[in-house]
Write a protein that binds this ligand. Structure first.
Ligand SMILES: Cc1ncc(COP(=O)(O)O)c(C=O)c1O
Length: 375
């Protein structure tokens, strides 16, 4: 039997105590006692024996609504923002519809769009300003266009949208009667966090998450906010009829109650880490960091000039240095072979490991690469 291909996630999970996790934009900087105390108490009370209140903890919903600041839109709770994205695609798109999106992108959303029978029109954004612009969106509109996908800040590029651009894109959605799917998973890291719902409230569905800002990715809780009629149409596709995981709600509540006390430090450290990643990466010949600064907690390192493959670099870093970064191929059909994505809401010790590992891994791969043959 041929060897199974190397499964980086399987390896990384099996060695999780030794691995520095810089591969999934997760957040390892939130003071852990906040969530630990709340979840410990819920475990002691054995709250897991009963179902949660199905619509979600009222205080949690209230805190999320206040945090987003969208008047009159009660948040809908789902198993991560991911479930909201799936429900929205299923409920609002159909065969023949198209969605203006980008490449690179967070491609799971594109998959959900395709499952609904629709297709994405992917605008290439692997060039400055590394995001969509209102002008390009305007040009891309066709009779079949039903929705614009606005991920702000963007995974994987880390670029974000200035307020004026969000406004201009929202106005296009409004003027052309298009839906606007505004995924704001990384909003707390942005330099200009702006919700499209402010400018096009009737068109916009806002997908939010506590995975990245609150460091709760493993608990799988997030949701969406939308005007009443759209909310009702999407809610029909809810599979969590009995409510979202009770421990996830307890943890999210504890995090949201205290967020204002620690989020500034999380963002400060994240931005300092970005500078460190740039310094380390660009000290290696052939590596560039195309997007400056990062408006999220990730960036891409373009390795095309090294001739190395992102998969090889991912594997080398993981197996030999215990540093888990992500190769680009799952994020871009066109450009994925040129970059690795590195996330950095991590403690400084993780960055120390990266600083030693990254140049060493590139050097080791280069030393092993066959010499170019003479013509
Ligand atoms: C743009 C974007 N949206 C949504 C998600 C998923 O978030 P959640 O963990 O809330 O399902 C991610 C996760 O990486 C993401 O990058």
């Amino acid at each position: 039997m041929p060897d199974a291909p190397f499964d980086a996630f399987r390896y990384a999970h099996a060695h999780r105590r030794q691995v520095v996790w810089m591969s999934q934009n997760t957040n390892h900087l939130v003071p852990p006692q906040i969530v630990r105390e709340a979840v410990d108490e819920a475990l002691r009370e054995r709250r897991y024996e009963g179902y949660p209140y199905a619509p979600g903890d009222p205080e949690l919903l209230e805190l999320v609504q206040r945090d987003l600041g969208i008047a009159g839109q009660a948040p809908f709770l789902t198993g991560g923002g991911t479930e909201s994205l799936y429900m929205i695609a299923r409920a609002l798109l159909a065969s023949g519809d198209s969605v203006i999106a980008s490449d690179p992108s967070y491609l799971i959303i594109h998959k959900f769009i395709e499952l609904a029978g629709a297709r994405t029109k992917n605008l290439d954004i692997y060039m400055p300003p590394f995001r969509l612009t209102a002008d390009r969106i305007q040009e891309a509109i066709e009779p079949s266009t039903k929705m614009i996908l606005l991920i702000d800040p963007l995974n994987p590029l880390g670029a974000g949208y200035p307020r004026a651009e969000v406004k201009a894109i929202a106005e296009i959605a409004h003027d052309h009667h298009l839906l606007l799917l505004n995924d704001v998973t990384y909003r707390d890291f942005s330099y200009e966090p702006t919700l499209a719902a402010e400018f096009a409230p009737e068109q916009t569905l806002t997908v939010w998450s506590v995975s990245k800002n609150c460091g709760l990715a493993g608990l799988r809780i997030g949701g969406f906010s939308a005007p009443t009629e759209l909310r009702a149409r999407v809610a029909k596709y809810n599979t969590n009829d009995l409510g979202v995981n009770i421990l996830a709600q307890v943890a999210a509540l504890a995090a949201m109650r205290t967020k204002s006390q620690w989020i500034h430090e999380v963002v400060r450290q994240t931005r300092a880490n970005y500078e460190r990643v740039v310094e380390v990466a660009t000290s290696v010949e052939g590596i560039t960091v195309p997007v400056h600064p990062s408006w999220a907690n990730m960036t891409i390192l373009d390795i095309a000039a090294t001739g190395l493959s992102p998969e090889a670099l991912q594997e080398e870093l993981l197996l030999h240095h215990g540093v888990f970064v992500r190769s680009g191929n799952y994020l871009s059909p066109t450009h994925g072979s040129k970059f690795v994505r590195v996330s950095f809401s991590n403690p400084p010790g993780d960055l120390d490991r990266f600083a030693t590992a990254f140049p060493a891994a590139v050097q080791q791969l280069r030393a092993r690469a066959p010499a170019p043959s003479a013509a």
